[in-house]
Design a protein around this ligand. Structure first.
Ligand code: KG4
Ligand code: ZN
Length: 350
């Protein structure tokens, strides 16, 4: 099955064509980062306008790069949540229009589930159906969660950040440190240049068991990064950095707090469950220190680690077409009735 995937949940306009859920025939991503840079974060109105402008060209580029005619497309897959409502709507409406006019099925995809699937697009990854149950760590700008995946339609969130997601924590720190937007890559770079990364420590974001946001999740597998950001703010007020070296040291310590929190929770979850793989995706999984720490966790727990390829860590449509082609998502008439769902939870249709 050849699937055209469309993704517009945040600030990337993306289209991709994937065969049989595995083979990427094309993947086009138009990043809006320069548009949002002056504001230091994504401006929803600016994002949706840009999606409207770019979506047509991005989709036709995906066909051209795959060297395929419209008639070769067997299904259209699209992200319907979570994300920004006005951004999601652009991709969803384009996909519905294409599905109806080409007379092809529409498949509605959850963005977070697609990030969890993204490591399976690597040519060296095992077939996804042989990987269950697996533990997925999805770390992005809007979400950081640990998900038990029993099949492509059976997901169970066992831990998550209760306030700021990991990417958000990176972005906010970079703003405070004047390192620019997006913050993750800037902190990653500054931290790598630190000469004494252990000089400063930040709190690790533990969550108390009586936290009302936990629901059925275990406090030990959840994290809170808002306190981390506050302690950075206080540190900068009391002890303003005097040099690039000071900024690098702070960035390294801040990054270590996030990376350790994520790695420790993965390790705990892996030691408690019987998972065949640890699969990791989302923009923050580009972080070099996190990738290294997760290798250690994988070795320690004897769990093979599947990291998304760098080009598939950030938002892209290959993961959308891939998950759809592998059997995930909402299909049939129900898909045509899907609405953009900004707070779509993992594992639930709508
Ligand atoms: O998955 P993604 O592209 O978009 C969302 O679905 O949110 O993730 C974007 C996030 C941003 O917060 C960005 O700062 C972060 O990923 N990010 C990184 C790195 N590269 C991107 N965070 C840490 N280290 C990086 N190298
Ligand atoms: Zn994402």
């Amino acid at each position: 099955m050849i699937v055209l995937g469309i993704e517009t949940s945040c600030d990337e306009t993306a289209a991709a064509i994937v065969r049989s859920g595995r083979e990427i025939l094309s993947s086009v991503v138009f990043s809006q980062i320069p548009l949002h840079q002056p504001y230091g974060g994504v401006v929803p109105e600016v994002a949706s306008r840009s999606h409207v402008e770019k979506i047509g060209g991005v989709i036709s580029d995906a066909l051209t790069q795959a060297n395929l005619p419209w008639s070769a497309i067997d299904a259209i897959a699209v992200t319907y949540g979570p994300g920004l409502a006005s951004s999601l709507l652009v991709g969803l409406n384009a996909a519905k229009g294409l599905a109806v006019s080409l007379n092809r099925p529409l498949i509605g995809i959850n963005h977070i589930e697609a990030h969890a699937y993204s490591p399976f697009l690597a040519p060296t990854a095992p077939p996804v159906e042989e990987a269950f149950p697996l533990l997925a760590l999805v770390v992005s700008g809007g979400h950081s969660c640990l998900i038990e995946v029993n099949s492509l339609t059976d997901y169970h969130t066992i831990g998550q950040t209760l306030d700021d997601a990991a990417g958000e924590a990176f972005d906010k720190a970079a703003k405070l440190l004047d390192l620019g937007y997006p913050g993750g890559p800037a902190i990653d770079k500054a931290a790598a240049a630190a000469t004494n990364p252990a000089a400063i420590t930040f709190p690790q974001g533990r969550v108390q068991p009586d936290n009302p946001g936990l629901g059925t999740m275990d406090a030990d597998l959840c994290a809170s990064f808002s306190g981390l950001k506050t302690s950075l703010l206080y540190r900068l007020r009391e002890n303003p950095p005097q040099s690039t070296a000071d900024i690098n040291a702070i960035a390294a310590a801040y990054q270590a707090a996030i990376v350790n929190a994520l790695a420790e929770r993965c390790q705990l979850a892996l030691s408690r469950g019987h998972y065949r793989y640890l699969a990791v995706g989302g923009g923050v999984s580009l972080n070099r220190s996190l990738r290294q720490r997760l290798q250690q966790v994988a070795a320690h727990t004897n769990t093979p680690l599947l990291l998304a390829e760098p080009r598939l860590c950030g938002d892209n449509a290959a993961m959308i077409a891939g998950l759809a082609g592998a059997g995930g998502g909402i299909t049939g008439l129900a898909a045509l009735h899907l609405d953009a769902t900004p707070s779509l939870p993992v594992g639930q249709p709508n």
